[in-house]
Design a protein. Structure first.
Lengths: 191, 560
């Protein structure tokens, strides 16, 4: 089963006359690259970085932060909102920050990118519950809590697959709560 | 190793950094530091409001090109510093601001005079430290000075809880500093520099745009050598005013909203623009999309995030402007003569001459223009000049030529009214043997006049020239031009009487009614060992022209 396609595949609208500026759709302007940053794992770092985003007017889709193999370093994965120029400015501002040790940009194809979602459904009959369990099994998600009239499914996948799962599963049960970690990503292979 | 207190470690660390002057005000949460200062050789200069301490440290730093240090207590003391810190941040001035904080056991409990100054100051500091263990203080101070003074300089805050000031620990004072996430690029890429030279030497109408970065790097000689080697005119930004002798035949003066006629006109004719140490601020460029749209722009800056931020560069070079210009000069020396530029030389000489003739200043009448022109005649070339913000500042930019590079200081980024006077006091502390003068307006001077107390009691004599139009003049000008003269909140009615005010602080107050009287008053001030305030009543409704109206381009400059 394939996940929903990201909206980015919409093509260029051809220009009417040659020489006229090509009109690009909003989606094409949106960068699809992911930024990671290795940062000092200390008090106030998240505040400084999120404060910089606010102060400089950068918007982001998600940010996730967690430990690394070194206890004094943390790793952030940032999915920026905006075009390629704004991505470049964001990266430069990150590089400028004293708590930031390393910044990199990844494309989806050169990286493994995953997000974890926990979704709680309200289910009143076996039919609905089984449909959600079947869907979960077929996508590689799993139920982590099953109560009398609810079920919690854990799904680690790309954001697009998670969205697909939620839309499909909501046909069989009422979505009560969703929690998502935001994207985390690593580059493929050793450079 | 014996243990010492956090306060003692702080003082020792400051001395290790060569910080021998500190501008500050005591309070409950920095008493242990003041007690240590009692025995130290650091010169403490008391202010009457913490904002003045920050501006004084700023003025001190601009002149000495070393971090200025200011000290305040927690809560309101710390927040009072913020305007001064933000001013320094916007103008990339090295500063170390030290604040007391409530004890670690009280943090987060809304204790008396508690304020999360780390959070407040975060967007206006290059970095902020809060030691939670006294043993961390030496390392943090070392790092603070390093961060403040290297790369693109800026203010750094050290917020020290009271129990950390009194707490004792074994201290290690290292000479080395290593911050793994902070390695500013200084040396430019020689390949990029060669590309830049190629572009300039092949240009027909090259021009240099010098920003404040030239002053920060102290690259005055390099700029002049480069301009002369290329025979290329030099415009500056307002922050860069005076980085190049403004009476030099190649000088055009500042561009921008109230830029010089010749600068705003000629920059539009340049085919290659070498921009050094500037961020292309909106006040310099006018509508940025119409700013030199067809010109090839080479942009050199020590801060990589400035390249392509406001203005797209055709060639961006990251590096210290001094090192970059040196590299360029060395390379040019070894080259054959450049292409034909006689036409361009003739052209800019002609434009300069025409623009000069456009200004007719009536020296028999008191006006901002005649006063500033006279001031240039009377004031020694090595004097240090600060300005306040508003019309007085723009008139200074237009009609006071800086001759010795690097002697003009203004709050150009944040535009902080009240900056000039305390900054002048700080400048005088850094250069006690030079005359220091603040070009002020009545509105601005009113904001930080309490620095008179410090200047008198600590024997820091400066001269303040108040162009007194009894108005918040720049706001009034905008209300005249854009709001149908509906004056609101701009009339100050000549209150206070600045002569009496000066006398109340035991300073010298003089009011002048003619240009000759003004010249005499300045000479008196230059000889005086006490601060002199010269009050000059001028017309309340004089406008600053030329004017590039906000939202329009340099080409739309309004002359009068």
């Amino acid at each position: 089963m394939s996940a929903t396609q990201p909206a980015s595949t919409t093509g260029r609208i051809p220009s009417r006359t040659s020489g006229e500026e090509v009109i690009e759709s909003e989606d094409r302007k949106q960068t699809h690259r992911i930024v990671y940053a290795i940062v000092e794992n200390q008090r106030g770092v998240l505040h400084r970085i999120s404060g910089m985003f606010r102060a400089k007017g950068f918007n982001i889709t998600s940010i996730s932060i967690g430990g690394t193999s070194s206890p004094d370093l943390a790793r952030m994965t940032i999915v920026p909102k905006g075009d390629e120029d704004s991505l470049q400015l964001l990266v430069k501002q990150l590089q400028k920050m004293i708590d930031v040790i390393e910044v990199g940009i990844m494309t989806h194809s050169e990286s493994v990118a995953r997000e974890l979602a926990l979704v709680k459904f309200e289910t009143h009959d076996y039919k609905g519950r089984n449909a959600i369990l079947d869907l979960s099994n077929s996508l590689g998600a799993r139920a982590v809590d099953i109560a009398r009239d609810s079920i919690v499914v854990e799904f680690t996948a790309t954001p697009e697959r998670i969205e697909f799962f939620i839309i499909e599963a909501s046909k069989s049960g009422v979505v009560k709560e969703i929690v998502r970690t935001g994207l985390t990503a690593l580059k493929r292979g050793l450079q | 190793v014996s243990k010492i207190s956090g306060s003692k470690a702080l003082i020792k660390s400051l001395q290790n950094e060569g910080a021998n002057v500190l501008f500050g005000m005591p309070g409950g949460a920095n008493l242990p530091i003041y007690d240590e200062l009692y025995n130290s050789e650091i010169r403490h200069i008391l202010v009457r409001h913490e904002q003045l301490a920050a501006h004084m440290a700023d003025g001190f730093a601009r002149v000495s090109r070393r971090p200025g240090v200011c000290l305040a207590t927690s809560g309101p003391g710390a927040t009072n510093l913020v305007t001064g810190i933000a001013t320094a941040y916007m103008d990339s001035i090295p500063m170390v601001a030290i604040t007391g904080q409530v004890a670690t056991t009280s943090i987060g409990r809304d204790a008396f005079q508690e304020c999360d100054i780390m959070g407040v100051a975060s967007p206006v500091t290059k970095y902020a430290f809060q030691p939670l263990n006294p043993a961390l203080i030496p390392d943090m101070v070392k790092k603070a000075f390093h961060i403040a003074s290297t790369g693109r300089p800026g203010p750094v805050l050290i917020d020290i809880p009271k129990d950390i000031q009194t707490g004792e620990a074994e201290m290690e004072f290292s000479k080395n500093v290593n911050i793994r996430g902070y390695n500013p690029v200084v040396e430019p890429d020689p390949v990029q520099i060669e590309k830049a030279i190629e572009l300039i030497l092949n240009a027909e109408r090259p021009m240099i745009l010098a920003g404040g970065g030239v002053a920060i790097a102290g690259a005055f000689q390099e700029l002049q050598a480069l301009a002369e080697a290329l025979m290329c005119p030099v415009a500056t930004t307002f922050k860069g005013k005076g980085v190049f002798n403004e009476t030099h035949p190649l000088a055009l003066g500042p561009i921008g909203m109230h830029g010089h006629l010749e600068a705003n006109r000629l920059i539009l004719e340049a085919d290659v623009l070498l921009a050094v140490g500037t961020r292309f601020s909106d006040r310099s460029t006018g509508k940025v999309s119409d700013f030199v749209p067809k010109t090839t722009v080479i942009h050199i800056d020590v801060d990589p995030s400035e390249i392509n931020k406001n203005k797209k560069a055709d060639l961006g070079i990251v590096g210290d402007v001094k090192a970059s210009m040196r590299m360029m000069i060395n390379s040019i020396v070894h080259r054959a003569q450049r292409g034909e530029t006689q036409k361009w030389k003739k052209r800019f000489a002609e434009v300069k001459e025409n623009c000069k003739n456009e200004w007719k200043i009536d020296m028999s009448k008191v006006s901002a223009l005649s006063i500033l022109k006279k001031l240039r005649e009377v004031l020694p070339h090595d004097s240090l000049v600060t300005t306040e913000v508003g019309q007085c500042q723009m008139w200074a930019s237009l009609h006071f030529d800086v001759i010795e590079p690097g002697t003009f200081y203004s709050s150009t980024g944040l535009g902080t009214m009240g900056f000039g006077f305390p900054a002048a006091v700080g400048a005088k502390v850094a250069a006690p043997n030079r005359p220091v003068l603040d070009i002020a307006g009545d509105g601005s001077f009113n904001m930080t006049e309490a620095a008179l107390a410090t200047s008198v009691l600590d024997n820091i004599p400066v001269i303040v020239v108040i162009l007194n139009n009894t108005m918040l003049g720049m706001v009034a000008q905008w209300q005249r031009l854009f709001y149908q003269r509906r004056y609101n909140g701009v009339k100050l009615y000549g209150i206070p009487d600045f002569v009496k005010l000066a006398e109340a602080y035991r300073a010298q107050g003089l009011r002048v009614q003619s240009v000759d009287e003004f010249a005499k008053a300045v000479r008196l001030g230059l000889r005086s060992d006490v601060t002199t305030v010269i009050d000059i009543p001028i017309s309340p409704e004089e406008d600053v022209f030329p004017f590039v109206v906000p939202g329009t381009a340099l080409k739309d400059m309004v002359i009068a």
